[in-house]
Design a binder for this molecule. Structure first.
Ligand code: ADP
Ligand code: MG
Length: 446
């Protein structure tokens, strides 16, 4: 399965051939326990310093790839081959098949398709436009600009378009990317980390469809806007489809350069609004069906009545109730729902920034769970996001070092201080991290 995992990682994370050969192919599985996979790094081949780099760069993606392929969450640990007992390096039969992927580099959630998208009055225009673009890319609306608030289905629609186009035409090169990733790859290419600027350009200009999600995160970053402007022009001139999402319409993005704004408005701009009650019920029913659940209708009504402004929270509420009922071995009813949702349903529905909120955002961002961040687990792919949680909790809330430490796995205040220091020092020299922190900040405080 290791080949499969690496292949998955390569495709989902757009790893270039060169990086793949340099960093990933030399990795071997050393041992597999119940919850831990130990991976050996051939340090004779790529040098002992590579361990930090590999775990930082590929730790989390690898964990995700492993859990996707193995259907089980493992922690991973990297060890240098030279430090292992010589006896155990037998399984080196990994032969690399020439990969057949056509550069279509995308992390597409298999559940985000048109089939699972519930159409309501709040999103029917956005849905119709997306479907039209998926059916005839670059022929009608180019670019298609989708905007709407957090958790209302923009990413779901974009993935649906990508799936649809790839299904109709598996050869087409479809690239889905978040604007954060676009920025980070650009930064890295300028510093020649994984790619050169030329490779970066080729990657983004040599495609048929570009979907760029959450464009608001490149606004105000001059060189990224500049690069994106050229990418946009190249693709548009050669009649390639561009799909953009944002939390606001182009006219409300104040610091957007005029020339980019006017380009965004060349095509069609559609919005997604908050769902009405019927749509919220329909979405809950869809989720019930997809997850194979059977929930009492009163409970569904309770959720749909109380959670209005964010579909991610609507779905999260259902998940929470089911989890609580399993935990407490109680049946799902309205009383249980009230208990499960007491934190979600606050009177004024106004979110305060708390460490808990920060942790949720970070977990989602790094594809780990909030429980990982609260835990005592020290593996690097969790420890670093946890340190970011320390840093942001300190910056954005009034919690003391001791309180933050207590929350994050009962650590003492010096550990928190160290974590904050680590993040600050790393940020000074690491533009990618700066950008990521910037994006996290905006996600927490939109
Ligand atoms: P956004 O990108 O706008 O923040 P997402 O696309 O990530 O929002 O949607 C948040 C969650 O809500 C996802 O799990 C998505 O599947 C679900 N969702 C959003 N809109 C719909 C819809 N119309 N029908 C079904 N599920 C939806
Ligand atoms: Mg999104």
């Amino acid at each position: 399965k290791w080949d499969e995992i690496l292949e998955y990682l390569k495709i989902e994370h757009c790893v270039t051939d060169v990086s793949f050969k340099t960093w990933l192919l030399p990795l071997k599985v050393y041992s597999v326990d119940d919850n831990l996979i130990t991976i050996s790094i051939d340090d004779k081949m790529i040098g002992p310093d590579s361990k930090n780099f590999i775990s930082r760069k590929y730790g989390v993606p690898l964990k995700v790839a492993i859990s996707e392929i193995m259907n089980h969450n493992y922690n991973i640990e990297f060890v240098l081959k030279s430090q292992l007992k010589p006896a155990n390096t037998a399984t080196e039969s990994d032969k690399k098949k020439n990969s057949t992927n056509n550069n279509s580099c995308s992390f597409l959630n298999p559940r985000y398709t048109f089939d699972t998208f519930v159409v309501g009055a709040n999103n029917n225009l956005a849905h119709a436009a997306s479907l039209a673009v998926a059916e005839s890319p670059a022929e009608i609306y180019n670019p298609l600009f989708i905007y709407g608030g957090v958790g209302l289905g923009k990413t779901h629609l974009m993935h649906s378009i990508a799936h649809y186009i790839l299904e109709q035409n598996p050869q087409s090169k479809v690239m889905y990317v978040t604007s954060e990733k676009f920025t980070n790859e650009l930064i890295e290419s300028i510093r020649n980390v994984n790619t050169t600027p030329t490779e970066f350009r080729e990657k983004y200009r040599n495609i048929d469809v570009l979907l760029i999600d959450d464009i608001q995160f490149i606004i105000g970053k001059e060189s990224t806007q500049e690069e994106f402007f050229h990418t946009f022009n190249t693709l548009h001139e050669s009649k390639k489809q561009i799909i953009i999402s944002s939390d606001k319409p182009p006219k409300d993005i104040l610091t957007l350069e005029e020339r980019l704004r006017s380009r965004f408005e060349w095509g069609l701009t559609v919005d997604i609004q908050q769902p009405d009650y019927e749509t919220r019920m329909a979405i809950l029913k869809k989720k019930e069906e997809l997850d194979g659940l059977q929930i009492d209708n009163e409970v569904m009504k309770y959720i749909a009545t109380n959670i209005k402004s964010n579909i991610r929270e609507l779905e999260g509420a259902l998940t929470k109730i089911v989890a609580l009922s399993r935990l407490k071995k109680k049946e799902v009813n309205v009383t249980l729902a009230e208990e499960a949702l007491k934190d979600l349903i606050s009177p004024e529905d106004k979110k305060q920034v708390t460490p808990e909120l920060i942790i949720d955002v970070i977990a989602e961002h790094f594809n780990i769970t909030s429980a990982d961040i609260y835990s005592v687990n020290k593996s690097r792919n969790i420890a670093f996001p946890r340190q970011i949680a320390m840093y942001l909790s300190r910056k954005l809330t009034d919690y003391s070092l001791a309180e933050i430490g207590k929350l994050l796995g009962n650590r003492d205040h010096t550990t928190v201080l160290h974590g904050i220091d680590k993040v600050e020092k790393t940020m000074k020299k690491d533009l990618t991290l700066q950008n990521t922190i910037d994006v996290l900040n905006k996600k927490i405080n939109p």
